[in-house]
Design a protein around this ligand. Structure first.
Ligand code: KG4
Ligand code: ZN
Length: 337
């Protein structure tokens, strides 16, 4: 079973062909990162225009890689992210996928982008086992879910305001890094001392699985106010403090949920899963649970937005749907299974 996955929910235009949900046979990706850096973030209309410019070349490249052509695509189904995301961007992928499935006479499978992030972990040599816990930490989302089977999950909690990646990016900007500054902040944090400048870790002690990161930016802005320009050691210590505050709360709640639901695997997905400190601390803390759940983190290129995860998700949750019943849904969430 070869599925062509299409992903256009935000600023990445991606296509991939995945066999049996496990083997990536080809993939292509275009990103408007350079434009975002220029504007300091994603500008929805710009992102949609870039999607339009890139969608056909990206799909064409993906087909060419397997010596296929639009006349003979050599695939069994088309899968597409139908939400959540930016409406203009989503529409480009959804309408392209509908058109291709119609002219190729192939089944069309709609995919929830957030759920797809977890399916990047099923491309590992040893995929996750159910029951599993999924922590999605990206620039736009922070969600914790309990998965008991393919397509069967309970929503445990999420952010009430900013996403974890957004908290990294907003505080990174205060430290002078260009957007998106999460990785640069994490890099600077390596030379800093985490306890030196305490940064509040919101909702660390609360019993529920909700998060709140919007106060962090204000707290860091206050700390910076009195120090201008920021000395290099101060910047590094502050970066370490920020990273500590964000990662501690993510790890604390994930480990508590893993213990409460007695899961066999813990999956972290999304761009922030690339954070080394998060990976190390979570692996370390999970060891306190017996039996210790396996920690599944997709490789970095599959943590950020991609189409491989869309095709993989469609394989495990194969629900062909008439094109007339599929509509781009910008506010789709994980709250309803
Ligand atoms: O999944 P993703 O592409 O976001 C969305 O599409 O929403 O992830 C991007 C996010 C950005 O906020 C970026 O700063 C963050 O992931 N990020 C990191 C690291 N690498 C990427 N945050 C912390 N540490 C990192 N090493
Ligand atoms: Zn995403």
């Amino acid at each position: 079973m070869r599925i062509l996955g299409i992903e256009t929910s935000c600023d990445e235009t991606a296509a991939a062909i995945v066999e049996n949900g496990t083997i990536v046979v080809s993939q292509a990706l275009a990103t408007s990162l350079a434009l975002q850096q220029k504007w300091g973030g994603v500008v929805p209309e710009q992102a949609a225009r870039e999607q339009l410019r890139s969608i056909l070349p990206v799909i064409d490249e993906t087909l060419k890689e397997i010596n296929a052509s639009p006349k003979e695509p050599n695939i069994d189904a088309v899968a597409v992210t139908y939400g959540p995301g930016l409406i203009g961007s989503l529409l480009v992928g959804v309408e392209t996928a509908k058109t291709l499935s119609l002219i190729w006479n192939k089944p069309l499978v709609p995919v929830n982008h957030l759920l797809a992030h977890f399916y990047a972990a099923w491309l590992d040599n040893s995929p996750p086992l159910f029951p599993a816990l999924g922590l999605l930490v990206s620039g736009g989302h922070t969600d914790l879910i309990h998965l008991t089977n393919h397509g069967v999950w309970t929503y445990l909690g999420g952010t009430r305001d900013d996403a974890a990646g957004e908290a990294f990016d907003k505080t990174a900007r205060l430290l002078g890094f260009p957007y998106p500054g999460g990785a640069a902040l994490a890099n600077l944090a390596k030379s800093g001392r985490p306890g030196k400048i305490p940064v509040p870790s919101p909702m660390l002690e609360t019993k529920h699985f909700e998060f709140s990161f919007s106060g962090l930016k204000t707290a860091v802005a206050r700390i910076c106010e009195n120090y201008n320009p920021l000395a290099e050691t101060f910047r590094a210590d502050l970066a370490a403090g920020i990273q500590e505050a964000i990662v501690q709360v993510l790890v604390r709640k994930t480990v508590r949920a893993a213990s409460q639901y007695k899961v066999h695997s813990v999956i972290i997905a999304g761009g922030v899963a690339a954070n080394e400190y998060l990976r190390i601390l979570l692996a370390q803390e999970l060891k306190s649970l017996k039996p210790t759940p396996s920690l599944q983190i997709p490789k970095p290129s599959l943590c950020t937005d991609n189409a491989v995860m869309v095709a993989a998700c469609a394989h495990y949750l194969y629900k062909p749907t008439p094109f007339s019943s599929i509509q781009a849904d910008p506010s789709l969430s994980l709250k309803i299974s």
